[in-house]
Design a protein around this ligand. Structure first.
Ligand SMILES: C[S@@+](CC[C@H](N)C(=O)[O-])C[C@H]1O[C@@H](n2cnc3c(N)ncnc32)[C@H](O)[C@@H]1O
Length: 167
């Protein structure tokens, strides 16, 4: 009986508690990943990051295109799955932890997200502060959810692109 409780807790804690920190795990459709990648423009040393990378679909597709990319995942089970899936790609990495507490890595140019409405204002502020800190223009590619105070510069399917130019 105790084992059932332990197994249930191991599954519930990573998959259930996440609703308080970000979006729960729900993988984007392949079409959305293709649309998002069609909108990603990176310079030679540029990097794309996925905040809450889930099972790593975006990272894998980006890595296959030869893009440098980094994902963040707070669910230990998903983190380990993505770590394994990315083993053969030297240009891709996944980091364990809460992305709200992380600085974007050097070279970040594009940020991809599939989060929830209630986090989009907070994300807007993080994009602005990271653009300032990195002294760089940043592009946000968001699947489904909108930045309430901003107009997207492009939209393909359910994917919107927002620019954060240095002022
Ligand atoms: C809706 S899924 C999106 C997965 C993937 N980006 C995609 O588009 O298929 C959101 C993911 O973000 C992760 N996540 C949510 N909040 C997070 C946080 N604060 N730090 C790191 N990962 C987080 C969840 O565990 C979940 O796997």
């Amino acid at each position: 009986m105790i084992w059932l409780f332990v197994i249930f807790s191991l599954i519930f804690i990573p998959f259930g508690m996440i609703v308080f920190m970000g979006a729960p795990y729900l993988p984007a459709h392949k079409k959305a990943i293709d649309d998002a990648l069609s909108l990603v423009k990176l310079s030679k040393n540029g990097r794309a990051i996925d905040l809450g990378c889930g099972d790593g679909k975006f990272l894998l597709a980006a890595a296959k295109k030869g893009y440098k990319c980094t994902g963040y995942e707070i669910n230990i089970i998903l983190f380990l799955i993505v770590k394994y899936r990315l083993l053969k790609y030297k240009n891709a990495e996944v980091k364990f932890g809460n992305f709200w507490n992380k600085d974007f890595p050097t070279g970040t140019e594009v940020v991809y997200v599939f989060l929830l409405d209630k986090f989009m204002n907070k994300l807007d502020k993080k994009m602005q502060s990271e653009a300032k800190r990195l002294n760089k223009d940043l592009t946000l590619v968001s699947y489904v959810f909108k930045i309430p105070s901003k107009k997207p510069v492009k939209k393909v399917g359910g994917v919107r692109v927002y620019e954060y130019p240095l002022k």
